[in-house]
Design a protein around this ligand. Structure first.
Ligand SMILES: [Zn+2]
Length: 76
């Protein structure tokens, strides 16, 4: 999974730069494998990962609740 992303900035040559950035993506482009280490993730990226996990957990809880509701309805 690629970790670094392009930040658009008209002040820099090329108009964008990679954050946190690795040579693999910088040299071979967006389709190249990201070589950024996990420790190089920004706080925002770490939070994004946590939010994704929370959303997945909520989805599982919701699915379980829906299954219970259907079970109750089916007893009539
Ligand atoms: Zn990278």
């Amino acid at each position: 999974m690629s970790r670094c992303r392009w930040i658009i900035d008209r002040e820099v040559p090329g108009g964008r730069y990679l954050v946190p950035g690795c040579w693999s993506r910088a040299v071979y482009g967006d389709n190249a494998e990201c070589h950024c280490k996990g420790g190089a993730q920004t706080t925002a990226e770490r939070l994004e990962g946590k939010i994704d996990k929370l959303i997945a957990r909520m989805d599982r809880l919701e699915a379980g609740r829906e299954a219970l509701r259907q079970e109750k309805g089916g007893n009539e």
